[in-house]
Design a binder for this molecule. Structure first.
Ligand SMILES: [Zn+2]
Length: 157
């Protein structure tokens, strides 16, 4: 049993290393995201969505028929405080009530950013010089460079 717990701890650490907090409180996944838009991670040999894994770690198994939904509408967000269990219908309804699409209200959180590697993000943070130049170098927007630079990693990693 201890071995399983250890493995889970490792997964949580891995998730933490691969995310970065944003000004709006989201924890954005910096690793690779496949076609489903949701970051996935291997847990006990199975691939599962990171936000769902976090939900189950915090609250236990998702009830049958429920989905792990995001209050922030950002699929790449791994902040457990932004994840809740809802039905697909509820999720669609909530999204409609919020009346927004995450990519429109939070353009600085584009998927392009979530596809930067952790190394690239560190390099952007460490680089000095004009943000415009850094942005060109990493092929990202200047707003994104500014965003990355203004975010401090928790625990100074
Ligand atoms: Zn979020």
């Amino acid at each position: 049993m201890a071995g399983v717990v250890g493995m889970r701890d490792g997964v949580l650490e891995k998730i933490e290393r691969q995310t970065m907090p944003t000004a709006c409180g989201c924890l954005i996944w910096l690793g690779y995201i496949s076609g489903s838009r949701y970051p996935r991670i291997a847990v006990d040999g199975k691939r599962m969505a990171v936000h769902r894994f976090l939900y189950e770690q915090a609250y236990g198994p998702l009830p049958v028929g429920m989905l792990a939904c995001h209050t922030c509408d950002i699929p790449a967000c791994c902040n457990i405080d932004h994840v809740y269990a809802g039905t697909a219908k509820q999720n669609a309804q909530d999204r409609q009530n919020r009346g927004r699409d995450w990519s429109q209200t939070k353009p600085h959180l584009s998927l392009a950013w979530s596809r930067l590697t952790a190394e690239q993000v560190s390099a952007i943070k460490a680089s000095s010089g004009a943000q415009r130049q850094i942005a060109a170098e990493f092929k990202v927007s200047q707003a994104m460079v500014s965003m990355i630079k203004s975010n401090k990693r928790r625990k100074g990693r």
